[in-house]
Design a protein around this ligand. Structure first.
Ligand code: UFG
Length: 337
């Protein structure tokens, strides 16, 4: 069945990949994005990839009038809510901005949806809700532990959505806890914006391979992990995008909400990522061990069986494909694409 899906933040990294996956699955998509963390070239690139016109509304998710207009103009069956701030360190510097965009933005969206009678939502959550988890792989039943304002906004968002569903069973929410999204679209036309100095490992490594940064800083090699460096569950952004399609289709067909991890269930250390990227790029990747980064968690790995059971979701792409697609994307951008 064809549905019309609103993607807030649909021009961003995960949103744009989800647009492609939803369009391929036969759904209509409307993007709402203020381009505060997305490139203006993305809609044209999405048209190039999908071969279909892209509908974009340039607006902030906290803009109630803009949202009311979207729901008045389009018959939206469900919403995927990506629009949010997401940098852990920055959230400690400007917590009120995080509360405003991530919490007020969510409430503004929910009010607009409620008024329009659209009560199907997929919510972008994060493994960060687990804080420092007691067990790895980490199941969805692990307790919430906020480590920073960003993590708190995801916990608060999840809790509000839980109460909303409890208060009115017409609401059905798919909460997706992402582990570490990585890679880029196979076309090399869409990927994570590589313009700034990245905080995250994968885009940082990509810049070192391109010669735009001198070396990778490995934040600590004295963790209780096989090689002492931090372990993460990297998930290809195209797999992650497919998880959203499955979540939406489940919500629309059953009217039942769910909370699932989206990860591969397999972790890789910082040194393993560097080695994989070296293979993909065929470049030397100088790296140096430095102090631990404050607030870092030793291991984040998903228990992935619930997403498989509830959504039929299984990842298809491994670390080498993440590195190869990222290398293709950043090389393409560096060539002026
Ligand atoms: N790391 C380095 N050097 C770098 C950057 C990172 O050694 O230059 C290490 C980190 O210490 C960590 C690993 O690489 O061990 C991954 O770090 P990232 O910054 O790429 O990702 P995080 O796991 O810290 O955070 C990401 C998102 C968060 C999200 C979290 C959930 O940025 O928003 O995943 O897993 F909450």
């Amino acid at each position: 069945m064809t549905s019309c899906i609103l993607l807030t933040g649909g021009a961003g990294f995960i949103g744009s990949h989800t647009h492609i996956a939803l369009t391929a699955a036969g759904h209509k998509v409307v993007i709402l994005d203020d381009f505060s963390n997305a490139q203006h070239s993305v809609p044209a690139r999405l048209e190039q990839i999908t071969g279909q016109p892209v509908t974009v509304i340039d607006a902030d998710v906290r803009d109630a009038d803009a949202l009311a207009k979207v729901f008045a103009t389009h018959t939206i069956d469900a919403v995927v809510h990506f629009a949010a701030r997401k940098a852990v360190g920055e959230s400690m510097a400007v917590p009120l901005d995080y509360f405003d965009v991530n919490i007020n933005g969510l409430i503004t969206l929910l009010r607009a949806m409620d008024r329009a009678g659209c009560r199907r939502l997929v919510f972008s959550s994060s493994a960060t809700v687990y804080g420092v988890p007691d067990e790895a792989p980490t199941p969805e039943t692990a307790p919430f532990r906020a480590m920073n304002p960003y993590g708190q906004t995801k916990i608060t968002g999840e809790q509000m959505l839980g109460w909303l569903q409890a208060s009115n069973p017409e609401w059905a929410v798919g909460v997706l806890r992402y582990f570490n999204p990585a890679g880029a679209h196979g076309s090399a036309l869409i990927g994570e914006d590589p313009r700034d100095i990245p905080n995250n490992l994968m885009p940082y490594v990509a810049k070192v391979a391109l010669g735009q940064l001198p070396r990778v800083m490995v934040f600590g090699n004295d963790y209780d992990t096989p090689d002492g460096t931090g372990v993460r569950d990297y998930i290809h952004v195209e797999d992650l995008a497919r998880g959203h399609v499955l979540s939406l289709e489940k919500l629309l067909s059953t009217g039942q909400g769910h909370v699932v991890n989206l990860g591969t269930g397999r972790g890789y250390s910082v040194l393993e990522v560097i080695a994989a990227y070296q293979r993909a790029s065929n470049r030397d990747l100088p790296h140096v061990i430095t102090d631990r980064r404050p607030g870092d968690v030793p291991i984040y790995v998903a228990r992935a069986d619930k997403a498989a059971e509830v959504l039929g979701f299984r990842t298809e792409k491994g670390l080498d494909e993440m590195c190869a697609s990222l290398w293709k994307w950043v090389s393409n951008m560096a060539d002026g694409a």
